[in-house]
Design a protein around this ligand. Structure first.
Ligand SMILES: [Zn+2]
Length: 518
């Protein structure tokens, strides 16, 4: 007898429909599997056979063939176990074939017949819906994340026995209904409120600006000046995620295998803070299954790199392409994958190894040592840091004035207003934030009046900015104008933006005299 069922396999972040056919015919008893299978899928043969036997399905002594198609797509992962087992059971005549053809299946089997969770259940549910299936059968562990997809019934199963009984009409399993929504209530509170940070006015404004326009931020300062605290506070002023962003992020975390029942859907902007000892592969993504790396896991959120110069050069250079294009290209076995990587980079660093440069009373480093420490950040990477701030020296937690510090709620409301301005402005464009402005769009939305244009050119010359640096300065000025609720970029916006850019000049290739106000 012949049967077919549908499943899906992952290629990068997307899933593709895969047909699983089983045929049982007379001849010498054998069990074969074909169809460009990776070793994990080849191993399914024994796993499925034993799992079926332990679930009460007897293998007939016949010639059994399983084929996975289309033949040109390499099938990887263990999610094909369940569809193979179901297809075989149908071919053995134990499940009505009409049932199995209307449903998609994915799940990993253990030898005792239990069904384990898989990576990428969300994109699999999406492709099943797009292919016109009315329901998808998945491991119970993946039901909550898959229920984020509207328009398809998600049936969760714990064991192969349960799956077969359901398909034989012996038991009923109610489809999951938006189980992910239960997690929405668990609002993850920011660890640090802005009001807990004393002083640091410039750094706070830079952080606010960075979040408002999704720019990159570099903080330089001695140990204990609150760089990490400020970075953590940033998480609390990020705007909420749209449903589209949630879906995109959940897909990434689904493929990375980082979702579970307590966190089936990503409802908050990610804040990733990898340690500087991270391997380049874990940072950029890769490995045998091309799992998304930290760069991609920070999508739509923050990638915080503390002790920036301590990261390996290879790791830091991997940031260049994503910081420019908002995506990262990876390749494996002749296939190339493109993962999204539209994140805000926040870097923090000491100005030298001892941490006290340019305070020559305290700094024990030679000028050569300072330069060698700073030069760990390449020019192109530094170029991509839109806002650069120096942290004020520690006030030992004591407020310098009686002035009450603004709290995160107040700052967030300005950030949200600036983001809404951008949203309205770019409604018909392909971008969302000022940091994405380029080419024609930049000309259109950063149109400068004559005086401002001259000032911009002058500032760029003074700071010896590259063409890229000049564009970045303009984007930041655009955001500063948005925060001030101005449609037109003003001289003061350009000047303020240049101060942030100028700090990096103070440490790297200092410009004599620095930028001065006209
Ligand atoms: Zn030093």
């Amino acid at each position: 007898m012949y049967s077919k069922v549908y499943s899906a396999g992952l290629t990068g972040l997307e899933a593709q429909k895969i047909l699983v056919e089983a045929d049982v015919s007379g001849g010498l008893p054998s069990f074969q599997m074909v169809g460009l299978l990776a070793s994990a899928v080849k191993e399914a043969r024994e796993r499925v056979r034993i799992s079926l036997q332990n679930s009460g399905v007897v293998f007939p002594p016949k010639r059994i063939t399983v084929n996975l198609s289309p033949a040109d797509i390499r099938k990887d992962g263990s999610g094909f176990d369940l569809p193979i087992a179901i297809s075989l059971t149908a071919a053995f005549g134990m499940i009505p074939i009409s049932y199995t053809e209307q449903m998609a299946f994915a799940g990993e089997l253990s030898l005792d017949g239990r069904i384990h969770g898989i990576h990428g259940a969300l994109p699999i549910a999406i492709v099943a819906r797009e292919s016109g299936f009315s329901s998808v059968m998945l491991p119970a562990a993946n039901v909550a994340e898959a229920s984020f997809v509207e328009g398809i019934q998600v049936i969760g199963v714990h064991t192969l026995k349960e799956a077969i009984a359901f398909l034989r009409g012996e038991i009923a399993i109610p489809p999951a209904k938006g189980d992910w929504e239960k997690t929405r209530g668990k609002m993850q509170l920011p660890e640090v409120d802005f009001s807990e940070i004393c002083g640091q006015k410039t750094a706070k404004k830079a952080a606010e600006t960075a979040v408002a326009g999704a720019h990159n931020l570099l903080m330089i300062g001695a140990p204990g000046t609150g760089k990490t605290m400020l970075a953590r506070a940033v998480a609390g002023i990020m705007p909420p995620l749209s449903r589209k962003e949630m879906l995109e992020l959940t897909k990434i975390y689904s493929v990375a295998g980082q979702l579970d029942e307590t966190m089936p859907v990503i409802v908050h902007r990610p804040f990733r803070a990898p340690h500087h000892s991270i391997s380049p592969a874990a940072f950029s993504g890769g490995g045998s299954k091309v799992v998304p790396g930290e760069i991609t896991l920070a999508q739509n959120g923050v990638l915080f790199l503390d002790e920036l110069p301590e990261f390996s050069r290879t790791t830091l250079e991997m940031l260049r392409q994503p910081m420019e294009e908002g995506k990262i290209h990876l390749s494996r076995l002749g296939h190339s994958f493109e993962y999204p990587a539209k994140m805000m980079v926040i870097g923090a660093m000491n100005p030298c190894r001892c941490g006290f440069y340019p305070d020559m009373q305290k700094c024990r480093c030679t000028p050569a040592q300072v330069q060698s420490y700073l030069s760990r950040l390449s020019e192109p990477l530094l170029d991509r840091m839109d806002l650069c701030v120096e942290m004020e020296k520690g006030t030992f937690g004591l407020p310098e004035t009686q002035e009450k510090e603004e709290n995160s709620d107040q700052i967030r409301s300005r950030v949200l207003a600036a983001r809404e301005r951008q949203e309205r402005r770019y409604l018909r464009e392909s971008i969302c934030y000022n940091s994405e402005l380029d080419g024609k769009l930049m000309e259109k939305y950063c149109l400068l009046r004559k005086g401002e244009k001259l000032l911009w050119q002058e500032l760029c010359e003074q700071l010896e900015l590259s063409a890229r640096g000049a564009k970045r300065l303009l984007r930041v000025a655009r955001t500063l104008a948005d925060l001030a609720e101005q449609e037109q970029i003003r001289e003061e916006d350009l000047f303020e933006a240049s101060l942030y850019k100028g700090i990096s000049r103070k440490y790297w290739n200092p410009v004599p005299g620095g930028a001065q106000r006209r």
